[in-house]
Design a protein around this ligand. Structure first.
Ligand code: GUN
Length: 314
């Protein structure tokens, strides 16, 4: 269906619609959990007052309420020490009503982030960042039993629910972060894709990305993937969410786009992914920015919270 020729218009993978579908399914699961006498519960820790993190965290708490999941937010000051945060994590680890613990990243520079991530008991690690959980993912444990990172899990949901073939396909992931690139590669391998990870030191990058049937861009650089880097008919998953604020960038990425111009004039900025929008023209299918993968991350956090609640109760 998506192996379209160059002449076919690319299919837009609607992340918002897929996230809504997942959330509807989860609301049913949460209602069933309540019937069984428990309410899945999420604790979110936001250290300090980073505006972008505050927006993400509020959105996570709001989505919990929509689905009937209990949530609580902890907002220790930016001056908090690693020891103080370890103490908070220990108290949440011990609480029966808390199924998931999330520490919003990035943390202030003086905080020992790996130590905190390892302090969360793996059964409550709804971000899937604990080495036990990343090890289980890499070892190919059954998906139903692993808490895996939310953004790559969302990518896999987009591919599966859109019936994009994965097994035997050539997947190229640009970016090697622990949050997206590495776990996305592990999930694609587990789904029998042939996977290459590229990064800032990769040579002949375009030659590699042009071989991709599935191209995942997760590097955090606006419009990094250009038309010449894409195989016609490929599925492009654009994980980047970059805010652009200059006229030059607006003109480069959205020439003649009246709707973008209007929204840029109103807000003084607009969003572009890691893929130059001009590159989407040759794709078979692609996730737009905004409205693509971003919408899935919170839906998968909710899915992990419900899963953690279920797994903890056997
Ligand atoms: N910051 C950016 N992405 C993430 C994420 O997936 N989880 C957490 N905890 N922080 C983030």
């Amino acid at each position: 269906m998506f192996m379209s020729s160059v002449t076919t218009a690319p299919f837009i993978l609607d992340g918002i619609a897929i996230a809504s579908q997942i959330k509807s399914e989860l609301a049913v699961e949460v209602a069933a959990a309540r019937d069984h006498g428990y309410i899945p519960g999420l604790a979110v820790i936001l250290v300090g007052e980073v505006p972008a993190s505050q927006i993400y965290v509020r959105s996570k708490v709001k989505t919990c309420a929509e689905l009937g999941i209990y949530s609580e937010m902890h907002t220790p000051p930016a001056s908090s020490s690693t020891e103080e945060l370890l103490h908070l994590i220990a108290s949440l680890n011990a609480r029966e009503s808390i199924d998931g613990i999330l520490i919003q990243l990035p943390l202030p520079a003086h905080v020992d982030t790996p130590r905190l991530l390892e302090a969360i008991v793996p059964s409550k690690d709804v971000d899937g960042f604990h080495p036990i959980n990343s090890g289980r993912l890499l070892s190919g444990f059954p998906t139903a039993k692993v808490l895996a990172p939310c953004t790559p899990a969302g990518i896999m949901e987009v591919l599966r629910r859109s019936k994009i073939p994965i097994s035997g396909q050539r997947a190229v992931v640009i970016g090697r972060s622990n949050i997206v690139g590495k776990p996305a590669a592990a999930m694609l391998i587990n789904a029998s894709a042939t996977v290459t990870i590229c990064h800032s030191q990769t040579q002949n990058l375009a030659a590699i990305t042009r071989e991709a049937d599935i191209l995942v861009a997760a590097i955090g650089r606006p419009g990094f993937v250009t038309l010449d880097m894409v195989q016609p008919g490929a599925t492009i998953i654009d994980v980047g969410i970059n805010r652009i604020t200059t006229e030059a960038e607006l003109e480069r990425f959205f020439p003649g786009d009246a709707a973008r111009r209007a929204s840029f004039d109103k807000r003084g900025s607009t969003l572009v992914g890691d893929v130059d929008p001009a590159a989407f023209a040759v794709a078979g299918a692609y996730t737009p920015v905004p409205g693509g993968v971003g919408a899935l991350t919170i839906a998968m956090l909710m899915a992990n919270t419900v899963k953690a609640a279920r797994l903890r109760r056997g």
